[in-house]
Design a protein around this ligand. Structure first.
Ligand code: FAD
Length: 380
């Protein structure tokens, strides 16, 4: 397998790196763009990236994108995370983009994919108060009425709904023999008067939301793909969803290592730089090794997806999500430990890296669920 990047990909990585250094390279810039570190998404940075054509990296040229693949998208996410670009809305947007590219009508592609390439954010809501890891048990319903559907129910942890144009709601449209039958995906605009969006306070700040749908009407054209077929549609998107979370965390993991290395080289205790203590050197060497392995795994799975976009890779997709998120989390926690009290202080980015990586083993399918899936592929 060839792991070298093309000249074009190397130029793309360099351009994203330069952009991040210029636009959000200093603590002052990042503080301003994130309203004092209270939000994870800056509309200002995002629209500059849209102008550069980067947000449509995986979107077909016919819909305003540049027609790249998942490897290109992973390079973008790794670099923007490593550069601490506040574009927290991108991950859910890319998940929705994948679903629309696979199952959308031309009209949906024109509106949603065109909008994403131009800088809009999108969100997806599967999780409910009583349906977390067991997504198939969700109960939010959509009843068919003349000319459309009417949704009722409650969603929880819908990331970015507050900054999105639409939420793609996964809901129940019928009851089959199995709980996975009878689910559908429906787009609801976020300014719909019958969908209330309420923030949830988290360790990460303002990122995720409750949704309350009460007699929320949607036209028939709001359905994405086929009625009652959402489970199959969700499964088709899992490769991409897990890669997105992995690539984003890969960049944060590298950033934790970068910052820890810079710190141990300049911080002196007992008359010498703390980076001269072997107790720290060995742990930094381990982190560098594990992050290189995480990068290889991300590029490997992204390349497999680009080679055969319709092939489901449950084992590889779960492996990359599991391994990269746990590696990034370890890098941030180790980085904090090696920076002592300053790693814990909000003056440095490390404490934010810890918070952002902590949640990555929970959302998008917890580490336990990824291990369950991998174990199943081992015949267990
Ligand atoms: C910040 C944040 C953003 C999120 N964004 C979104 C979003 O945009 N859209 C969306 O739909 N959802 C989103 N989620 C929801 C997320 O995907 C769920 O929180 C996650 O799938 C786990 O569900 P749960 O929280 O209900 O935990 P539960 O399913 O109740 O699990 C609790 C614990 O039990 C373990 N467990 C459960 N079942 C098993 C099992 N079979 N075997 C072993 N262990 C098991 C879990 O691993 C976990 O440790 C987000 C969550 C967070 C925290």
């Amino acid at each position: 397998m060839d792991f070298s990047l093309t000249d074009e990909q190397q130029d793309f990585v360099a351009a994203v790196r330069d952009f991040c250094a210029r636009e959000c390279g200093t603590p002052e810039q990042r503080k301003r763009l994130t309203e004092g570190h209270t939000v994870l998404h800056s509309a200002e940075i995002y629209s500059k990236m849209a102008e550069l054509g980067w947000l449509g990296v995986t979107i077909d040229e016919a819909w305003g994108g540049s027609g790249g693949g998942m490897l290109d998208a992973c390079l973008f996410m790794e670099e923007t995370s490593r550069g601490l670009a506040p574009i927290g809305g991108y991950a859910t947007t890319l998940i929705v983009a994948g679903a629309v590219a696979r199952f959308g009508s031309d009209e949906q592609k024109r509106e949603i994919l065109g909008g994403i390439a131009a800088g809009s954010v999108e969100a997806i809501a599967m999780t409910e108060p009583e349906a977390g890891s067991d997504v198939g048990s969700l109960t939010t319903s959509a009843e068919r009425v003349d000319g459309g559907l009417v949704l009722n129910g409650q969603k929880v942890f819908c990331s970015n709904a507050h900054i999105s144009d639409h939420v793609l709601i996964v809901c129940r449209t019928s009851r089959g023999e199995s709980k996975h039958e009878g689910l559908s995906m429906i787009f609801i605009p976020t300014d719909h008067p019958r969908m209330e969006i309420k923030p949830i306070d988290t360790l990460g700040g303002r990122e995720t939301n409750h949704l309350y749908l009460s007699d929320c009407e949607a036209p028939a054209e709001a359905l994405l793909g086929e009625l009652d077929q959402a489970w199959t549609q969700l499964m088709a998107g899992l490769n991409v969803e897990r890669l997105i979370l992995a690539a984003t965390m890969l960049g944060f993991g590298w950033r934790a290592l970068d910052d820890a290395l810079a710190y141990v080289k300049q911080r002196r205790q007992f008359g010498k730089p703390i980076g001269s203590f072997q107790a720290l050197q060995h742990r930094l060497a381990d982190l560098a090794t594990e992050l290189e392995a995480a990068r290889l795994m991300t590029h490997w799975v992204a390349t497999k997806v680009d080679e055969a976009p319709d092939t489901m890779l449950p084992r590889e997709a779960s492996m990359v999500k599991l391994f990269v998120t746990e590696t990034a989390q370890k890098a941030a926690l180790e980085g904090m430990q090696m920076m002592g009290g300053y790693g814990y202080s909000s003056e440095y980015d490390m404490e934010r890296l810890v918070r952002q990586t902590l949640v990555s083993t929970i959302y998008g399918g917890t580490s336990e669920i990824q291990r369950n899936i991998i174990a199943k592929t081992l015949g267990l």
